[in-house]
Design a protein around this ligand. Structure first.
Ligand code: PLP
Length: 308
């Protein structure tokens, strides 16, 4: 296990290890924005895999590997960012089989693992692998303090020593004060109760947002209620550039994350956006969604953006 400056540093180490200009990298579409940024910075050529609520399609992964073998496959199987989806157990098993057959490394990123509100299978795909190399990320950012910048990277024995060397040349080691706090936090008697408090608060926030979406967005879009994590992924019926929608929403004091930056190719679905439910109060969620629905219904610029 390597302690890193957030799991984001693990993503940076993997980029340095695997990616040269033009290196093929397979990942979900949509995927985590800052992983895309890191992989792109090092010159990755993306091989996007369509993501459904049950996960990526293992057959599509098999075909992709046969066609052009990627340097690795990067997945967020639990409470995915941005889509909130959680992979079905059979899909996890089949992905493990495909990777074992081909020997393509798996990079599995799990910062939302502990934020589960409904019981679902969360078996790490890395734990199902028999042969393929793997790297697994965890983080304290979603359950402890994001500003502490403490995460961890576990890796198969063939990859671990390489990551240690890259980490050393990057920053020698992760700050000790942060590690000391993290160790105390994790070993403290209150840790399980803290997780339980987080889960029950975020579950309540999620349900409040689900309820508000049902009232304000039923005619405007569709979504799934996530079993964990921090986000609703809403597909609007109106095809629009959600970056233009954000400008209009900000003018009304409402922020959300546009969907476009979570995709790597030109063929970006239009009218998809990510809503966070952990931060705002119940009242803000209600008011924010009412205002956003109003903006979507009434902003003429959106129609223009959709038409171009
Ligand atoms: C999927 C995913 N991976 C990694 C990170 C980075 O987290 P950390 O704060 O541990 O660097 C995030 C943060 O939002 C994330 O959503």
């Amino acid at each position: 296990m390597l302690i890193t400056a957030g799991s984001q540093q693990g993503i940076d180490l993997v980029s340095k290890l695997f990616i040269d200009p033009g290196t093929p990298v397979a990942l979900e579409a949509p995927s985590y924005l800052a992983a895309i940024q890191s992989f792109r910075f090092f010159g990755a050529r993306f091989q996007p895999l369509a993501l459904s609520p049950r996960g990526i399609d293992p057959d599509e992964l098999r075909r992709l590997i046969t066609h052009e073998r990627p340097a690795f496959v990067y997945l967020i199987p639990n409470f995915q960012n941005p889509a909130g989806f959680c992979y079905a157990r059979e899909v996890r098993e089949e992905i493990a089989r495909v990777l074992d057959e081909s020997g393509v490394p798996l990079i599995e990123d799990e910062p939302y693992r502990e934020l589960m509100y409904d019981a679902v299978d969360r078996t790490p795909i890395t734990s199902l692998l028999k042969r393929a190399p793997w790297i697994y990320y965890g983080s304290l950012s979603k359950t402890g303090l994001p500003g502490l910048r403490i995460g961890y990277t576990a890796a198969s024995p063939d990859l671990h020593p390489l990551l240690v060397r890259i980490k050393q040349s990057t920053d020698l080691h992760t700050n000790r004060v942060g590690q000391w706090w993290a160790a105390k936090f994790l070993a403290g008697s209150d840790y399980p109760a803290h997780l339980e408090r987080l889960r029950s608060r975020y579950r309540m926030q999620r349900d409040i947002m689900a309820d508000a979406l049902n009232r304000h967005f039923r005619e405007i879009g569709e979504w799934q209620v996530p079993a964990g994590g921090l986000f609703f992924w809403v597909k609007l019926r109106q095809l629009c550039d959600t970056r233009a929608l954000l400008t209009a929403a900000l003018a009304q004091g409402v922020a959300f994350m546009p969907g476009e930056p979570f995709y790597t190719d030109q063929d970006v679905p239009r009218g998809v956006l990510r809503l966070n439910f952990s931060h705002a109060s119940a009242e803000q969620i209600e008011q924010g969604l009412a205002k956003l629905a109003q903006v979507i219904r009434t902003t003429p610029a959106l129609e223009q953006a959709a038409a171009t």
